[in-house]
Design a protein around this ligand. Structure first.
Ligand code: 475
Length: 806
C-alpha cells in the first residue's frame, strides 16, 4: 500500500513548491500547483517505480505510434487510493483539488480509437500486475487544436510542451540509443562470415522520456516510454560520426539538427488514412528501432540466452505502424548477435503479435520499395529476403500466381505492411467478433486459409476506472452502495445490478444522477458556447472522428428531417432533443470538413429559429478530445453508433456510453453486435443494413441512390436542402456533399439506411416517454457492460497470445 499522511504530504508539497518555483503557494498559478503536485506524487511512488525489467517474468512491450492517455492526475490519485488525503491536505493549504485536475494539460498524442485503446491497455496491464510497457513517440505537437471560424474547422498547432516539460515525465538520458537512417550497406567478410556493414548513415539520438503507469490499488507501476528525436550530442557540436554525411560547417550542422528534430515534431493527424509520406516512415522506424534496441539492451544485461528471447519477451504491434519491428529485430539478431537466418526468423516470429484495427482500403499501409531502400537500406534487404523465402513457400504449396500476388510482401514495387505483419508474427487478431470474421472470410482470407490457428479475436475494451469510476462519481458511488466494492476490480460483478431492475427507488436514483450530470453539461455548454440547452431534453450524442463511414451525415440529415416536420406542424408532439456532436476532421479530408460546415450551419439555423419552440437544439462541441469525452459521456441518453455495417472495426466509445447508462442507437457493426448480444433487443435500438447486405452490394452492385432520391419524398427533401439555399452559407460544401450522395452513388449507404434510421429515432422518442422503463433499460446496459472492461480484453491477450504456453 502506498501510504502517506496528510501532514507528510503538506510538508512535501511546501518544500517542492519552493524548490521548483522559489515562491510560495499564494503566488502560484493553478498550472504551477498542478506541476508541483505531480512532482510530489512522483516522489511518493518512486520506490515502487523501479525498473522491474530485470525480473524473470515475461515482459510485454506494446508498440504504438499513438498513445492518447488523457489527463493523469485524477486517475493516478484514484489508482493509488490517496485521493482523500491529498484533497484534504490541499484544502488545508487553500487549494481546490478540482482546480488542479482541470489545470493539467491533456496530451493529444493520438488521433482517436487506436491511440485511446493503447492507453486503456496500459491501465489494465498495470492493474492486472502484468509487466507491460508502452513504447511511443514524444511528439512536440500533438493532434491540432480545432477552432470553428464561421462554421469552418481551422487547425491550430497543439503546443502542449510550451514550457518544454510535461509534469508526469522523467527524462532518462542514460538510456538513449542511436537510430540510423540512410547510407549504404555492404556485405563484408568478418571472421569467415559475410556481415552487413552500414556506412555513411545519419545518426539520430532517441531520448527516452518515461511516464509512470500506475495500477489500481496494487502498488504496481509500469512505464510508458516515449522517445524524442535529437542530435547526437546535445551541445550542438560537430560529431565525427556524422562527419561523413555532413562535412562540418555550421550550415551543415544546422541541417542535421533540423533533420533529426523533425522526426518527433508532430503527430500525423490522419485517422484511418495512409498518406505515405517519407517523414511518417522515418517516425515509424524511429519508434521501432529505439524500442527494439532498448529491449535488447535490457535483455543483454539480464544475460539470458538469446535463443530464449521469446520465452522472456512478447512484442505487440498496434496496427502496422510499428511493423518494422519485424525486420529490425531480425537485423539485430543477424548483424549484432550473429545468428543464422533460420534462428533469427524463428525468434522473431515467436516474439511478435499483431492487431489489425481497420479494413478500410485507404488505411492499409504500403510503402514504395525505392523509399524504403533509400531510407533504410539494411531493413529493406531483410524485408526482401523474408519475401523471397515466403514466395518460395507459397509457390511450393499453391502454385497460384494470383494468390501469390495477393499474399506476397512486395508487389508492384510496394511493400505491403499488413502482409509483412502476418508473415512475421505468431498471432493476428481483430478487435471485435464481426471484424475478425470479416478479416478471416474476406480481407485476409488467403492467410486465414493458409494458417487458421494464427487468427483470433480480441474484442476491445475500455478502462472502466477512467470511464466510469473517475468520470461519473455519483453513478460509481450508487453502484458501490448497492453491490459493494468488488466490481472495481472485477466488472463482471456489475451483473448483480440486475437485482435492482424492478426497484423503483433505485431506478429513480439512476434517473436523478443522469439529470444532475446533464445539468452540469448544460452549464458548461452555456458558459463555453453561449447556447442554452434543456436538461430535460434527450441528449443525443455522436462524438468521434469525422469520417464518411461513421455517417455523421445520416445524423444531420435526420435532424433536418425533424426540423421540416416541426416547421410543417409546430405542435408536433416530440420529446425535446439536444443533438450533440464532437469531431475533428483530418486537415486534408475535404468531404469531412464540408460535413463539419454543414452541421455548424444547420445548428445556427435551428438554434435561432424561435418558431420551433426550442424543441430541437444542435451543439457542435469544439476541439473534442479525451477530457471533453469525460464530461459528455456521463450525461448522455442516446449513444449514436451508426457506421455503415462492416466499416467500424469495433468502436470503443459505444462501450463507454453503455457503461454510463446510455441507450445505444446502432447498426449491427463492430462491437455494437456484442453490445446487442449482452443487453438483448429490448435494450438497444438497431437499424440499417446488416454486414452481409453491405458485402453483397459491394460485390454484386444493385444499389442506386438516385432511384431512392427520386422515389422517396423525405429523402429528396433533405438532400435538396444541401443545394437549394435552405441552409445559409453552404453553397460549395452542400454541393460537395450532394455529389457524394447522388453523383457518386452514396458509398456508405446513407440514403439506403435513412428511412430505417428515422423509424429508429422515433422509437427512441416513444421509449423515452416512459421514464421508468427507460431507466430500467439504462440499468440493464450498465449491468451488462462489465465484459467491455479492458481488464477482460487484456486478460485474454495475456492468456491466448502473450503468455500462451507459459
Ligand atoms: C477503429 N487509426 C475502431 C479502434 O481498435 C476501433 C489509422 C491510421 C493512422 C492513424 N490512426 C489510425 C485507426 O485505424 C483507428 O483508430 N482505428 C480504430 O481502432 C480501436 O475501435 O473501430 O476504427
Amino acid at each position: 500500500m502506498v501510504r502517506i499522511t496528510k501532514q507528510e504530504f503538506k510538508e512535501m508539497f511546501n518544500s517542492k513548491i519552493y524548490s521548483i518555483y522559489a515562491h510560495s503557494i499564494n503566488e502560484a498559478t493553478n498550472e504551477q500547483l498542478q506541476i508541483v503536485l505531480s512532482s510530489v506524487i512522483k516522489d511518493i511512488i518512486a520506490k515502487y517505480w523501479v525498473d522491474n525489467r530485470l525480473s524473470t517474468n515475461k515482459e510485454v512491450y506494446y508498440f504504438s505510434i499513438e498513445f492518447l492517455i488523457g489527463r493523469q492526475l485524477k486517475s493516478n490519485l484514484l489508482n493509488l487510493q490517496i485521493e482523500e488525503v491529498i484533497k484534504e491536505g490541499l484544502e488545508d493549504m487553500g487549494i481546490d483539488l478540482d482546480d488542479l485536475i482541470c489545470a493539467e494539460k491533456d496530451p493529444a498524442l493520438g488521433n482517436g480509437g487506436l491511440g485511446r485503446l493503447a492507453a486503456c491497455f496500459l491501465d489494465s496491464m498495470a492493474s492486472l500486475n502484468i509487466s507491460g510497457h508502452g513504447y511511443g513517440i514524444r511528439y512536440k505537437y500533438g493532434l491540432f487544436e480545432q477552432k470553428f471560424i464561421n462554421g469552418y474547422q481551422v487547425e491550430v498547432p497543439d503546443n502542449w510542451l510550451l514550457h518544454e516539460q510535461y509534469s508526469w515525465e522523467s527524462i532518462r538520458p542514460n538510456k538513449a540509443v542511436v537510430v540510423k537512417f540512410g547510407g549504404e550497406v555492404y556485405l563484408e567478410e568478418d571472421n569467415g562470415r559475410l556481415k552487413a556493414k552500414h556506412h555513411g548513415y545519419i545518426p539520430v539520438m532517441a531520448m527516452p522520456y518515461d511516464i509512470p503507469i500506475i495500477g489500481y490499488d496494487n502498488d504496481f507501476i509500469n512505464t510508458l516510454r516515449l522517445f524524442k528525436a535529437e542530435i547526437l550530442n546535445r551541445d550542438f557540436g560537430i560529431n565525427t560520426l556524422y562527419a561523413n554525411t555532413f562535412t562540418g560547417s555550421y550550415e551543415q550542422a544546422l541541417k542535421y539538427k533540423y533533420y533529426t528534430e523533425e522526426i518527433s515534431q508532430v503527430l500525423y493527424p490522419n485517422d484511418s488514412n495512409h498518406a505515405g509520406k517519407l517523414l511518417r516512415l522515418k517516425q515509424e522506424y524511429f519508434l521501432v528501432s529505439s524500442g527494439i534496441q532498448d529491449i535488447i539492451n535490457k535483455y543483454r544485461k539480464n544475460k539470458f540466452d538469446i535463443l530464449d528471447f521469446p520465452k522472456h519477451i512478447a512484442i505487440h504491434i498496434n496496427d502496422t505502424h510499428p511493423t518494422l519491428c519485424i525486420p529490425e529485430l531480425m537485423r539485430i539478431l543477424l548483424d549484432e548477435e550473429g545468428l543464422s537466418w533460420e534462428e533469427a526468423f524463428d525468434i522473431t516470429k515467436n516474439t511478435i503479435s499483431y492487431t489489425n484495427h481497420t479494413i478500410m482500403a485507404e488505411a492499409m499501409e504500403k510503402w514504395p520499395v525505392d523509399m524504403m531502400k533509400e531510407l533504410l537500406p539494411r531493413i529493406y534487404m531483410i524485408i526482401e529476403e523474408i519475401n523471397k523465402r515466403y514466395v518460395e513457400y507459397l509457390n511450393h504449396k499453391y502454385n497460384d500466381n494470383e494468390k501469390i500476388r495477393r499474399m506476397s510482401i512486395i508487389c508492384d514495387n510496394n511493400i505491403n505492411m499488413a502482409n509483412l505483419s502476418i508473415i512475421g508474427s505468431y498471432s493476428v487478431n481483430g478487435v471485435a467478433k464481426l471484424h475478425t470474421e470479416i478479416l478471416k472470410k474476406e480481407v485476409l482470407s488467403d492467410f486465414y486459409e493458409d494458417d487458421p490457428g494464427k487468427f483470433n479475436n480480441k474484442t476491445n475494451g475500455i478502462a472502466h476506472r477512467r470511464w466510469l469510476i473517475s468520470c461519473n462519481e455519483d453513478l460509481s458511488n450508487l453502484i458501490t452502495e448497492h453491490i459493494g466494492n468488488i466490481w472495481k476490480k472485477d466488472t463482471e460483478e456489475l451483473k448483480r445490478l440486475e437485482d435492482y431492475k424492478e426497484n423503483r427507488n433505485f431506478l429513480k436514483k439512476l434517473e436523478c444522477i443522469k439529470i444532475k450530470n446533464k445539468t452540469k453539461l448544460a452549464n458548461f455548454i452555456a458558459e463555453e458556447y453561449g447556447i442554452c440547452i434543456n436538461p430535460e431534453s434527450i441528449y443525443d450524442v455522436q462524438i468521434k472522428r469525422l469520417h464518411a463511414y461513421k455517417r455523421q451525415l445520416l445524423n444531420v440529415l435526420h435532424i433536418l428531417h425533424l426540423y421540416h416536420e416541426l416547421l410543417e406542424n409546430p405542435e408536433l408532439d416530440i420529446v425535446p432533443r439536444t443533438f450533440i456532436f464532437g469531431a475533428k476532421a483530418a486537415p486534408g479530408y475535404h468531404l469531412a470538413k464540408c460535413i463539419i460546415k454543414l452541421i455548424n450551419s444547420v445548428a445556427e439555423k435551428i438554434n435561432n429559429d424561435k418558431s420551433i419552440n426550442n424543441k430541437i437544439k444542435v451543439v457542435f462541441i469544439e476541439n473534442y478530445g479525451v477530457s471533453l469525452a469525460e464530461k459528455i459521456i456521463p450525461s448522455t441518453d442516446v449513444s449514436e453508433q451508426i457506421s455503415t455495417a462492416t466499416k467500424e472495426a469495433s468502436g470503443t466509445g459505444n462501450m463507454k456510453f453503455m457503461m454510463n447508462g446510455a441507450i445505444t442507437l446502432a447498426t449491427l457493426d463492430g462491437a455494437n453486435v456484442e453490445i446487442y448480444d449482452q443487453v438483448g433487443e429490448e435494450n438497444i435500438v438497431i437499424f440499417g443494413l446488416k454486414a452481409s447486405q453491405v458485402l453483397n452490394y459491394n460485390k454484386y452492385g444493385g444499389y442506386s441512390s438516385l432511384d431512392l432520391y427520386n422515389s422517396n419524398f423525405k429523402i429528396k427533401r433533405v438532400v435538396d436542402d444541401l443545394v437549394n439555399g435552405f441552409i445559409p452559407n453552404i453553397s460549395k460544401e452542400g454541393r460537395v456533399i450532394y455529389d457524394s450522395l447522388i453523383t457518386y452513388n452514396d458509398e456508405y449507404f446513407v440514403l439506403r439506411d435513412f428511412e430505417n434510421y428515422i423509424e429508429a429515432q422515433s422509437k427512441i422518442d416513444t421509449l423515452y416517454r416512459d421514464k421508468e422503463k427507460w431507466s430500467k433499460m439504462c440499468l440493464i446496459n450498465i449491468a451488462n457492460s462489465g465484459i467491455f472492461s479492458s481488464d477482460r480484453t487484456i486478460s485474454e491477450y495475456a492468456k491466448d497470445i502473450w503468455f500462451r504456453g507459459c
